[in-house]
Design a protein around this ligand. Structure first.
Ligand SMILES: Nc1ncnc2c1ncn2[C@@H]1O[C@H](COP(=O)(O)OP(=O)(O)O)[C@@H](O)[C@H]1O
Ligand SMILES: [Mg+2]
Length: 279
């Protein structure tokens, strides 16, 4: 049975992570399922609620459905049934499953996603890549000719500075290291002014130093009041940075709570004989 996320501040004895008082609800899933063409159930009735300011990790063994979950939330993969509710400030909701194409485009602006391969434009300089995050707010004509407002440019500069990437602003994205590209991808996603930021294994290809930088960057994003949700392989990172963890096994939530509750029993149920492969 799934454990419920704590509603109040909890300081764990085993990690430095403090679970903040929960911000407002920004998203809720109800009985969410997904099957691809072969009818195999990949997500099997997922229920959870996401709040502003949370830093949530999704963990589970390979094939558990972690990437599918993030992509269905963002609408890049269509869910099969259930509800993904975009919860507005006045608590009214829209179901992502019944959105039109245009509504889905808008939703992806609010629910930004950082893809595993960053998806930057290699030959374009860093600041232009960041400004591309504003595309959804800018007319196609203006974006084609890279006509961005001074305000947009100031915001892009602010974001690059925030993640210590300003010195690289005029370099081509293709000349950056993986960790630097990841930071640019975060800046671009933040340029969309999202309320939710999703990242599929954001540190999978990074060395330890860059891993720390990216985890700190995502933590900063969450403390700015954005709900951050990431797929992670390392339990150590989850315990160091995340305020909450959702454990998936065979497309079902088998744990939802503070990282300090990931005891041997839960870990065994999550990873089975792969347990020695998670840091
Ligand atoms: N496009 C697809 N078509 C068919 N099956 C897929 C597709 N993408 C993923 N799957 C299957 O869905 C299951 C969950 O995959 P995924 O969400 O990538 O898991 P995880 O990210 O936890 O490794 C796996 O069995 C995988 O083979
Ligand atoms: Mg995956």
């Amino acid at each position: 049975m799934a454990m419920i996320a704590p509603e109040l501040t909890v300081v764990s004895e085993t990690s430095n992570v403090v679970t903040p008082l929960l911000g407002r609800k920004v998203l809720e899933t109800r009985a969410l399922t997904k099957s691809y063409q072969d009818d195999k159930v990949v997500l099997d009735g997922i229920d959870f609620t996401l709040h502003a300011g949370e830093f949530v990790a999704i963990v589970g063994r390979s094939g558990a459905g972690k990437s599918t979950l993030l992509h269905t939330l963002n609408g890049t993969i269509a869910a099969t049934s259930g509800e993904i509710l975009n919860v507005h400030t006045d608590q009214s909701t829209d179901n992502v499953l019944s959105m039109t194409r245009k509504e889905l485009r808008d939703w992806r602006t609010h629910c930004g996603m950082i893809f595993q391969d960053f998806c930057l434009v290699p030959r374009l300089d860093v600041i232009s890549n960041v400004l591309l995050g504003r595309l959804s707010h800018t007319s196609t004509f203006k974006s084609l000719f890279k006509v961005f407002s001074d305000e947009d440019r100031a915001e892009a500069i602010h974001l690059l500075k925030w993640l210590n990437m300003l010195p690289y602003a005029l370099q081509r994205a293709e000349n950056l290291s993986g960790g630097q590209q990841q930071r640019v991808a975060i800046c671009r996603a933040m340029m969309q002014n999202p309320k939710i930021l999703l990242a599929d294994e954001p540190v999978a290809s990074l060395d330890p130093k860059n891993t720390v930088r990216i985890m700190e960057a995502l933590q900063k994003v969450s403390t700015d009041g954005i709900a951050v949700m990431v797929n992670l392989h390392s339990i150590e990172l989850v315990q160091q940075y995340c305020t909450r963890v959702i454990g998936l096994a065979k497309g079902r939530v088998i744990y939802d709570g503070h990282p300090s509750g990931l005891n041997d029993d839960v870990l065994h149920r999550l990873y089975g004989d792969e347990l020695d492969q998670v840091g």
